[in-house]
Write a protein that binds this ligand. Structure first.
Ligand SMILES: Cc1cc2nc3c(=O)[nH]c(=O)nc-3n(C[C@H](O)[C@H](O)[C@H](O)COP(=O)(O)OP(=O)(O)OC[C@H]3O[C@@H](n4cnc5c(N)ncnc54)[C@H](O)[C@@H]3O)c2cc1C
Ligand code: SF4
Length: 317
């Protein structure tokens, strides 16, 4: 690991000031992703700013009936939060399946949302791809079995690694961010395409209203590894009929992937097995797999169908 200066920020203002630096400065939360990248010379910051003591570690209700979650909150504290569990069960489902107990005790909400791609070319210092300022993507003609099946029109074909990002987008969250130009709130769905030069301080969840929610993850086997594909659905109901819904897929695209075809297939339909199957089929209709990952298409279809069945209270295997 290359030598670096360490700053222990104790307020949001200190953290922003320390990150404004003539050189490379990066925020440190639980450190599980950043320190691993530094040890592998993927990132070589001159300054590391510990933001764990600078950012909020708690969750609090908002005046609008929603919740505000601090970026320094540990994943384990999020998943054990009784009120959030009652109001936003899909967030708890996603948090529960992240890694191992040790990872959930060390990892933070802010670090989880901002972790960098797991692409093996990205994680190897020998491969200088687009994501590291190079001029090509090695996954296109290389080993791409865990890469994207949606959103493959851009230069990179990663899948976004955050499990929490998907339910946050599905619940319509906004993120509060701060930087040298001040603070602002952005829609969670837009955050993942923004330049990463601001600090995430809070996740703002709106009151969920009369919704049914479901979450389903498919893994290679029962292990601590990242999922192959997963889905969160949040469905606004009118009696037994789906009025509208958000269907968001994870581990299948460079960003949490909101499926408009699946949402259209759900709107105005009764929440049952036939509707779930039709929406799942619609979700994968726009998939564009790469040379080695067509197997992820039926997995994504299954994740969508089972998340909807989960919302309907219909038991799946
Ligand atoms: C074996 C294993 C399995 C895992 N499985 C999963 C899984 O299934 N799903 C999943 O989602 N994750 C998984 N993870 C990832 C783990 O949850 C993340 O490594 C962890 O959440 C990162 O959190 P951290 O607080 O340690 O982040 P750090 O390593 O401290 O930070 C991660 C990145 O975010 C930046 N950052 C940190 N805080 C902020 C902030 N407030 N604003 C802006 N940028 C910030 C840092 O600079 C760094 O680049 C797994 C990890 C391991 C090791
Ligand atoms: S998928 Fe993205 S991170 Fe992986 S090699 Fe291509 S550009 Fe780099």
């Amino acid at each position: 690991m290359k030598a670096f200066a360490y700053v222990n920020a104790t307020s949001e203002r200190d953290a922003v000031a320390a990150l404004k630096f003539d050189g490379i400065a990066l925020p440190l939360a639980g450190g599980q992703d950043l320190l691993a990248r530094m040890k592998d010379y993927i990132d070589t910051p001159e300054r590391v700013v510990n933001v764990k003591n600078a950012l909020d570690r708690t969750a609090a209700p908002t005046s609008g009936g929603g919740w505000r979650i601090g970026a320094s909150m540990k994943i384990v504290d999020l998943l054990e939060h009784a009120d959030i569990g009652k109001m936003y069960p899909a967030i708890i489902a996603a948090a529960t399946d992240i890694g191992t107990p040790q990872i959930r005790h060390q990892g933070t909400v802010g670090g989880n949302l901002n972790q960098r791609p797991r692409c093996w070319y990205f994680r190897n210092e020998e491969f200088v791809c687009y994501k590291k300022g190079g001029s090509r993507c090695f996954a296109v003609n290389g080993e791409n079995q865990y890469h994207a099946i949606f959103g493959n029109d851009g230069p990179s074909h990663i899948v976004h690694p955050s499990s929490l990002a998907v339910p946050f987008v599905a619940y319509g969250a906004t993120f509060r961010v701060i930087g040298s130009k001040g603070e602002r709130e952005v829609a969670a769905a837009e955050y993942f395409t923004m330049p990463d030069d601001e600090l995430l301080t809070h996740v703002m969840l709106p009151a969920p209203g009369n919704v049914k929610t479901g979450h389903y993850e498919v893994r290679y086997k029962a292990s601590h590894d990242w999922p192959l594909a997963f889905t969160t659905v949040v469905l606004a109901m009118n009696g037994g009929i789906v009025q509208s819904g958000r269907v968001v897929l994870g581990a299948v695209a460079p960003v949490p992937w909101r499926s408009k075809p699946a949402e259209d297939a759900l709107a105005g339909k009764p929440l049952n097995e036939a509707t779930a199957a039709a929406a799942a089929e619609a979700a994968v209709s726009e998939a564009k797999p790469m040379s080695g990952n067509a197997y992820k298409v039926p997995i994504a279809r299954t994740a969508v169908k089972r998340a909807i069945l989960n919302a309907a209270g219909i038991k799946t295997v």
